[in-house]
Design a protein around this ligand. Structure first.
Ligand SMILES: Cc1cc2nc3c(=O)[nH]c(=O)nc-3n(C[C@H](O)[C@H](O)[C@H](O)COP(=O)(O)OP(=O)(O)OC[C@H]3O[C@@H](n4cnc5c(N)ncnc54)[C@H](O)[C@@H]3O)c2cc1C
Length: 445
């Protein structure tokens, strides 16, 4: 085998490559791309890559601390999975025991999601925040009804754009982050591609909110990749002209492994797997629709909207710094920068340490959203919308705090970050960590 490989490598333009799965050999042609100079088409205090809920929270937080901010998004809308993926349940900001544990931008973005809701429509998954979470609500009711909401993805997409651009964040749509330029431990530029071709954006600090830890990967940070994603795609359909939402998904494992989950399985950093997963998920949706037509015989059943981005739950995450694990519910960290409850059951609350968001290799890189350093069940909790907004706000705030002074996030005093976050309404308190409790798993995320 080694002899064969060596022999073929003599052909300078051909490389024998083994794909790692004992399944196939493939021949790849190598093309040398000529070096070229790139125009620097923008310069900012903070550049946020990825315009999902985490990126929106990071961009807003940084801007509100006075930073100039660019938000780079490869699609042409904000919200990521929450809007383009039809994932429309804002999971709870409370611990299921009547206590709110996530505030700040997380609460603001949840309220924005249902701001334009004319009336509840449970069939379509649209429902407002329970009245008990407005002022005057009783504690008993807050224990029974969690601080959650179901929203219309299209109105949310429009509201997010209005908010973010209205606050002076420069949104760059149709722009993919492709590479990085760095000087030692400092990232100096994001290399992007858009309709104008390839160019560079300079920034003092960068936030990876790509959901897939693309920036971390490009910067050479430690990452973990999961290969256990299942087919899924929440879709809207009409029954006799009435809108309904279907939570269409093969079973996935709460530990985000393959154990107990229904294959086929996919990893989100493999381009072939991404395309296959998207197409096979559409077949799953089509099959589900056919079953609905049989169940609802006589009714007019038609598809309305499907996700237009890949619906991976967990692809690649930052694995340096401090990894949050399931067993650490109720544990306070000296550098806690946000708090997130367990959407699966009442009781557990995680304090999120700043070290899980702060890159250890590059000094000016922070991570937010579903790619922060959390593993297993804790990753399953943190990847939901409250966790994405909480980590986004912390990352954006930290980025703005260090942008003017050399941009080294690793030197940021956690006390300074906590003070700024508290001033913005972020909930940080040991007393909120509580103790674990009764199961109340709605099992949908
Ligand atoms: C089937 C399913 C059901 C779920 N159910 C729920 C639920 O009920 N409630 C809940 O709270 N959560 C749920 N989740 C989880 C939640 O929706 C996501 O984890 C969360 O929305 C992730 O937000 P994010 O901002 O971290 O990432 P994303 O939403 O993935 O956003 C990342 C953004 O970055 C952009 N991007 C990526 N790479 C690049 C690049 N290189 N350059 C430029 N832009 C880039 C993407 O286009 C995207 O807009 C569910 C997820 C799935 C898949």
């Amino acid at each position: 085998m080694a002899f064969l490989t060596a022999l073929l490598l003599v052909q300078s333009s051909l490389l024998i490559c083994y794909d790692g799965g004992f399944e196939r050999w493939c021949l790849l042609k190598l093309l040398h791309e000529a070096a070229r100079e790139l125009s620097v088409t923008g310069s900012y205090d903070v550049l946020v890559a990825g315009g999902g809920v985490a990126g929106v929270a990071a961009a807003l937080a940084a801007r509100r601390c006075g930073a100039t901010v660019c938000l780079v998004e490869k699609n042409c809308a904000l919200g990521g999975l929450a809007t383009l993926g039809n994932v429309t349940i804002w999971l709870p900001l409370c611990d299921g025991r009547g206590n709110q544990v996530s505030g700040g931008v997380a609460e603001e973005l949840m309220r924005l999601a249902v701001r334009d809701l004319a009336a509840d429509n449970r069939e379509a998954g649209f429902y407002g925040i329970p009245a008990c979470w407005e002022s005057g609500g009783s504690e008993e009711e807050r224990r029974r009804q969690r601080f959650s909401a179901g929203f219309n993805p299209v109105s949310y997409l429009m509201a997010l754009e209005e908010l973010v651009s209205g606050e002076g964040v420069e949104i760059r749509y149709d722009t993919r982050l492709c590479s990085l330029a760095r000087r030692g431990e400092t990232i100096t530029h994001a290399i992007i591609e858009d309709k104008g071709g390839r160019s560079a954006l300079a920034a003092a600090v960068f936030v990876d909110a790509t959901g897939d830890a693309d920036l971390c990967h490009l910067a050479g940070e430690a990452t973990e990749v999961l290969d256990s994603n299942v087919l899924c795609g929440w879709f809207y359909y009409m029954v006799n002209g009435v809108l309904r939402l279907r939570h269409c998904s093969n079973k996935y494992s709460p530990s985000l492994t393959r154990e107990g989950a229904e294959g086929p399985f996919f990893r989100g950093d493999d381009p072939v797997a991404v395309s296959t997963m998207v197409q096979e998920s559409r077949k799953l949706m089509a099959g589900t629709l056919e079953k609905l037509r049989v169940e609802l015989a006589g009714a007019e059943v038609e598809i309305f909207t499907i996700p237009v981005i890949p619906c991976f739950r967990a692809t690649r995450r930052y694995a340096g710094g401090y990894t949050i694990v399931e067993e650490e519910a109720h544990k306070w960290h000296h550098d806690t920068c946000g708090m997130v409850s367990d959407w699966r059951k009442a009781g557990p609350v995680w304090a999120v340490p700043w070290r899980s968001l702060c890159a250890s290799g590059a000094g000016n890189l922070a991570v937010a959203g579903r790619c922060v350093a959390a593993a297993g069940g804790a990753w399953d909790v943190l990847r939901a919308l409250p966790g994405c907004a909480v980590t986004g706000e912390a990352a954006g705030t930290a980025a703005a705090l260090v942008a003017a002074g050399g941009g080294d996030l690793r030197k940021l005093d956690a006390g300074v970050l906590q003070a700024r976050l508290r001033a913005r309404g972020v909930i940080l308190g040991r007393e909120k960590l509580g103790r674990s409790g009764l199961s109340n798993n709605d099992g949908i995320a």
